[in-house]
Design a protein around this ligand. Structure first.
Ligand SMILES: NC(=O)c1ccc[n+]([C@@H]2O[C@H](COP(=O)([O-])OP(=O)(O)OC[C@H]3O[C@@H](n4cnc5c(N)ncnc54)[C@H](O)[C@@H]3O)[C@@H](O)[C@H]2O)c1
Length: 299
């Protein structure tokens, strides 16, 4: 909806064959919305992977959200199967696409998709940091009663309870937030950021955040398609950066026409380094599980 209403690109919505009607119905509804708004974008629904041939961007949201009482491992097993099915299909139809993975547990699923497709790591990335940073920035702005436009902040690490919101580099119009808010309020913001997704799951009862992930995906799609080279936190392949090797983790990256064009290494203090390492270990544990149960790329 957001991509179409901005006229940023044409959109193809793909779902399972038994849900093709939903994909087609939503596509039609969005098309009608663009007509009302006076935007010329084409939106279509399908269940056939051939219809994705040659797309520039692939956003993968296929998979289940965590249900109450379900362990992270259970979710890995369920969603890994789905991610591998999707990877198997898109490998041949859109091998040049910039792939943004959204399915949880995020960092492990990005890794699984990258592994199963064999795509270049700079063309496979996960969406989480833009959302987590947005939640952080929003809370700072609301507490201070100022515009969120003037708050910059980064949340690094894995997408989950071990994420690492960087408090001392959060700036409000050039002033560190640590000079504007007392420590207890900053701690509450950090906790609020970590728990934001869970809070929405609890309130909705049956489903998870929808609008804010969509807005976050839009930022990444736009930076790629418009070659904006924005610095956005995203789950990216680490090849030695931050002391991590061969895994996907949330770090600031430059997204442009070349995909993830650069990983930016932020200077972390010893406390932040330790928190990042803890987050890295949590992601590594899930990745080990993926390696153990995945079927790997099939030729
Ligand atoms: N990274 C983030 O910040 C973030 C934010 C929100 C949701 N999520 C995750 O995104 C995923 C989707 O969440 P949702 O709320 O959109 O769920 P949803 O149940 O509304 O939608 C999932 C869709 O995936 C489809 N699907 C299932 N198996 C498929 C397959 N094999 N091939 C193609 N499509 C398939 C379903 O038919 C359904 O339409 C979940 O894993 C959720 O946890 C991540």
């Amino acid at each position: 909806m957001l991509i179409a209403e901005r006229g940023l690109a044409d959109v193809m919505l793909l779902d399972l064959p038994e849900r093709e009607g939903v994909a087609k119905g939503k596509a039609l509804d969005i098309m009608h919305a663009t007509a009302v708004l006076g935007v010329d974008a084409h939106v279509e629904g399908t269940s056939r992977y051939q219809d994705l041939a040659g797309v520039d961007v692939l956003v993968v949201t296929a998979g289940l959200p965590r249900r109450p009482g379900q362990s992270r491992d259970d979710l890995v097993r369920i969603n890994l199967k789905i991610i591998e099915q999707v990877a198997q299909q898109v490998r041949s139809v859109c091998p040049e696409a910039f792939c943004i993975i959204v399915t949880n547990p995020l960092d492990a699923m990005v890794y699984a998709f990258w592994k199963a497709t064999g795509f270049r790591p700079q063309m496979v990335v996960g969406m989480a940091g833009v959302l987590d940073s947005g939640r952080f920035r929003g809370q700072v702005a609301w507490r201070l009663g100022i515009s969120v436009q003037d708050v910059s902040a980064m949340v690094l690490g894995g997408h989950g309870p071990t994420m690492v919101p960087l408090t001392d580099t959060c700036m409000v119009g050039g002033t560190p937030v640590t000079r504007l808010l007392p420590t207890d309020q900053i701690e509450a913001i950090v906790e609020g950021t970590r728990m934001a997704g869970d809070q929405i799951v609890r309130l909705l009862g049956n489903g998870s955040a929808f609008f804010s992930p969509a807005a976050s995906i839009l930022q990444m799609v736009d930076s790629f398609l418009s070659d904006r080279k924005r610095v956005l936190p995203a789950s990216a392949y680490l090849d030695g950066q931050y002391g991590c090797e061969g895994i996907y983790m949330g770090v600031p990256v430059v997204i442009g026409a070349g995909g993830v064009e650069r990983v930016i290494e932020v200077q972390l203090d010893s406390q932040q380094k330790a928190a990042f390492q803890r987050s890295c270990q949590a992601v590594q544990e899930l990745i080990r599980l993926v390696d153990k149960i995945s079927t790997g790329p099939s030729d």
